[in-house]
Design a protein around this ligand. Structure first.
Ligand SMILES: NC(=O)c1ccc[n+]([C@@H]2O[C@H](COP(=O)([O-])OP(=O)(O)OC[C@H]3O[C@@H](n4cnc5c(N)ncnc54)[C@H](OP(=O)(O)O)[C@@H]3O)[C@@H](O)[C@H]2O)c1
Length: 290
């Protein structure tokens, strides 16, 4: 089912019936400072999106809350009409307040409005994948997701959503979602230094469900570790390349969505993620996580 049919590192993965490159692109960093407002370099943002597709990336991650409504409109401006192979994954469940916070918005009405806005801003009749974003900016919080998730299932039944996922979720919430309707992906914080989801990743892999780590490069605090730098130096590459290659090697169900607002960084990341990490490097990198 998941065969490498792309030139990009990692090959492809199938989200439901949608084949995507395992090397994807996360669009959050294209909005303005604090993920609010327009980018300082509008044309530069469009160039990054076009370069992603040019590189063969067929998975772009976004959300109506980025900007808000900024990255979705940039994606549409840069790439619409979309290539058939391109799949855009979005998130609902949080909005933005005037201070740049991310308050939850998970009542059925909120979710319906969010899906309609995503459709409008992206210029689509149906959204390929919608993740229900749970928890808060500090991380997942326990509690039932039944009401908001069932609201998304209802929108899926209306034909507005093809596939569902969850984000910022606990393992119990993932199980609860799966008991209500099939999910194709889980998007949580995970990288070389934050490996709290190791068991979840293996469980999802056994069920052919993708795990999509957000902050694969550390997000707003770039990954820094002596071991990471040492491995990168020894292999004559960058810490970013090692971090991405490690994720691709960690499990076949991991999909990458590194963010960047730079064409040069995008190219560097695509080139670097193909690195094959030898066993001794993997053992050294395993020690980074606390
Ligand atoms: N579900 C959720 O709650 C949630 C939360 C956060 C993020 N996300 C998703 O996850 C995606 C990835 O997260 P992220 O973009 O915040 O974090 P990230 O991918 O871990 O890191 C992005 C940062 O790394 C820098 N960077 C990228 N490539 C680089 C390179 N080759 N050299 C030096 N610096 C480099 C970028 O700066 P430059 O712009 O200068 O390259 C940017 O500051 C987002 O785009 C978003 O779609 C989801």
């Amino acid at each position: 089912m998941n065969t490498p049919s792309t030139a990009l590192p990692g090959g492809t993965w199938t989200l439901g019936d949608l084949t995507v490159s395992r090397f994807g692109y996360g669009a959050m960093q294209l909005a303005g400072p604090g993920i609010m407002g327009p980018p300082a370099d509008h044309d530069g943002a469009l160039a990054v999106l076009r370069e992603a597709v040019q590189q063969g990336i067929t998975h772009i991650d976004t959300a109506g809350a980025y900007g808000p409504r900024v990255t979705n409109r940039l994606i549409r401006e840069a790439l619409h009409p979309y290539p058939d192979a391109l799949h855009i994954v979005t998130k609902v469940g949080a909005v933005r307040d005037e201070q740049g916070g991310w308050p939850p918005a998970r009542r059925p009405d909120d979710l319906c409005r969010a899906v309609e806005e995503n459709l409008e801003d992206l210029g689509l009749d149906a959204l390929d994948v919608v993740n229900l974003r749970l928890g808060n900016a500090l991380g997942p919080l326990p509690g039932s997701l039944a009401e908001p998730f069932e609201a998304l299932v209802a929108l899926q039944e209306r034909g507005l959503i093809r596939h569902l996922g969850v984000s910022n979720a606990t393992a119990d919430q993932v199980d609860e979602a799966r008991s209500i309707a099939p999910i194709v992906c889980v998007q949580n914080l995970y990288n070389l230094a934050h490996r709290q989801d190791d068991d979840l990743i293996d469980d999802l892999a056994a069920h052919d469900i993708a795990y999509v780590p957000f902050f694969p490069l550390g997000g707003f605090s770039p990954l820094q570790s002596t071991a990471l730098s040492a491995v990168a130096d020894r292999l004559d590459t960058t810490p970013m390349s090692v971090a991405l290659a490690w994720l691709l090697q960690r499990s076949p169900n991991i999909l990458l969505i590194p963010g960047t607002s730079s064409v040069a960084h995008l190219r560097e990341n695509v080139a670097g993620a193909g690195l094959v990490l030898p066993e001794d490097a993997l053992a050294e990198l395993d020690k980074i996580s606390s």
